[in-house]
Design a protein around this ligand. Structure first.
Ligand code: MG
Ligand code: ZN
Length: 218
């Protein structure tokens, strides 16, 4: 009983902080997009590519990792101003960690902020960060039953990127099945089949982000 009450308080606190984060972002004209997905699904690569294609915007990133600064280091090296957030023992970012990362960014100089979560499809679902859109990335190499195995992340996302379709045959996965599963869970979801290797589908993701950014209410 005690644990359940505590859990409820933590979630409530996080939701309030997420709302504050959104106000801060809107106040600075920053459009924020969460990038969720398993380790190795291609989150960091996707951010790199999207930032390059969204060249009319000033793009920055917050990269969450349990330990290490590998992802933020990689993004910085690619010319995307990035802050690494180590979650320590936690397997997800929360609104408080993201708020602290804001202090290390010049929000007035950012148009689009990508927030790369820790690689996992389960508990990041429950922690809103204050962003405007949530994109979940899954790779066909995770198996084409991975969407049906993780329903909540697709229910709570705005878009799903089904990545690495160039290797679908090799890993015996059907990207179409993954898309159908995702739409069955959430008919409002925008679903993109992509390959970072061949570039397929990436422009559609870029256009979706552009449209969403244009519709940001400030
Ligand atoms: Mg990464
Ligand atoms: Zn977690």
């Amino acid at each position: 009983m005690h644990v359940i009450e505590l859990g409820r308080d933590v979630m409530e606190l996080n939701r309030n902080l997420a709302e504050q984060n959104k106000k801060i972002l809107d106040g600075h004209g920053v459009f924020a997009v969460d990038i969720l997905g398993a380790i190795g699904s291609g989150k960091t690569s996707l951010i790199e590519i999207l930032a390059g294609k969204l060249s009319e915007f000033r793009v920055a990133a917050i990269a969450g990792d349990v330990v290490s600064d590998l992802d933020s280091g990689r993004l910085n090296a690619a010319g995307i101003p990035s802050v690494g957030v180590n979650t320590g023992r936690e397997c997800h970012l929360d609104a408080h960690l993201v708020k602290r990362a804001f202090d290390k960014l010049s929000l007035d100089e950012i148009d689009i902020l990508f927030i790369e979560n820790v690689g996992n499809l389960i508990c990041p679902v429950d922690f809103e960060l204050g962003s405007h859109k949530r994109i979940t990335v899954v790779s066909v190499s995770e198996g084409d039953d991975t969407v049906e195995k993780h329903p909540m992340i697709f229910v709570t996302s705005d878009a799903a990127v089904i990545n690495k379709i160039d290797i679908a045959d090799a890993v015996d996965a059907s990207p179409q099945k993954m898309r159908d599963d995702a739409l069955k869970l959430n008919s409002r979801l925008s679903v993109f089949l992509t390959s970072i290797k061949t570039g397929e589908g990436l422009d559609d993701v870029v256009n979706w982000i552009r449209d969403a950014k244009e519709n940001q209410v400030e």
